[in-house]
Design a protein around this ligand. Sequence first.
Ligand SMILES: NC(=O)c1ccc[n+]([C@@H]2O[C@H](COP(=O)([O-])OP(=O)(O)OC[C@H]3O[C@@H](n4cnc5c(N)ncnc54)[C@H](O)[C@@H]3O)[C@@H](O)[C@H]2O)c1
Length: 271
Amino acid sequence: MEQLSGKVVVVTGAASGIGLALVKRFGAEGMKIVMADIEVPALEAASASLPASIERVTVACDVSDGDQIEALRRTAIDAFGAVHVVCNNAGVGGGGSMADINIADWKWVIDVDLWSVIHGVRVFLPGLLEQGEGHIVNTASVAGLFSAPFMGPYNIAKYGVVALSETLCSELAMQQSPVGVSVLCPSWVKTKIASSARNKPGVSSEEVDMISELAGPMIDAGMDPDLVADAVIDAVKSKKFWITTHDDTPAAVTLRTRSIIDGTNPPQLMH
Ligand SMILES: NC(=O)c1ccc[n+]([C@@H]2O[C@H](COP(=O)([O-])OP(=O)(O)OC[C@H]3O[C@@H](n4cnc5c(N)ncnc54)[C@H](O)[C@@H]3O)[C@@H](O)[C@H]2O)c1
C-alpha cells in the first residue's frame, strides 16, 4: 500500500512501546488511527500525547478475547467506515525454566501473544480481501526465529505468529491478492515489555519487580521504537514480508538453519 494518507490503521498495544511508535508514525503519514490496549489510563494518556491533527479513537480491548477483537473491528468501522492496515502488536513477555512454568503462565502468554494474532487475522482479513486493499502486520520477535532458553511460552507463541504469517503470505500469493502481510521480528527494543507482568491477572507487585529487574537492562539498552516503526512503514508501503531490525539477526538465523541442515543440536543462541 504505497498511499497511506486518509486510510485507517488499527494498532493493538497502542498505549506503549512499539505500538505507540507505530501510532505516531502512521499518524505522520496522515492515517486515521484506532488505538487499542488493555491499559485504559495509559491508552488515554498516549492518545492525549499525540498532535491534535491526528484523527484517532481509543478502544479498551483485551486482545486475547476474540469477542473483544470483533468489537474492536465494529468500533473501527463505525468511527472511520473502513480498515486498511491492521497491526496485531500487543504482547507480553513471560517465561522461566521449562521444568517449572505453571499452567496459568503458559496460558497467559500464549493467549495474549498468539491467540491475539489468530483473532486479529480471523476477524479483519475477510474485510480486507473484500475491499481488495489492505495490509496486516503481525508483531513476532527474533524469539519466533530461534529459541533462547528460559523463554518457552514466549518462543512458542512467537514461532506460531511467524508460522501463521508465512501461511497467510503463501495463501495471499496463491490468490494473487492485493492484500499484504508482514511479520515483525525485532530483538531488544526499549519499551515497557520488561514490566509486562503488570497486565497479568492475579500478579503480585514483587513478581512484576523481579521480572523487571531481570530483563530491564537488556530492554533499556535496546533499539529506539521509532526506528522499528520506520521499518514497519517501509514494509507496508513496499509489501515486504520479513521485517528484521537488528544487525545480528541474520547470523543467528543462519546458525540455526545450518544446524537443521547439518543435523547438529541447536546452537546456544541468546537474544
Ligand atoms: N521490546 C522488545 O524488546 C520486543 C522485542 C521483540 C518483540 N516485541 C514485541 O513487541 C510487541 C509490543 O511490545 P512492547 O515491547 O512495545 O512492550 P510494551 O509493554 O511497551 O507495550 C505492549 C502494550 O501491549 C499492551 N497489552 C498487554 N497485554 C494486552 C492485552 N491482553 N490486550 C491488549 N493490550 C495488551 C500493554 O498494555 C502495552 O501497552 C509485543 O508483541 C512484544 O512481544 C518486543
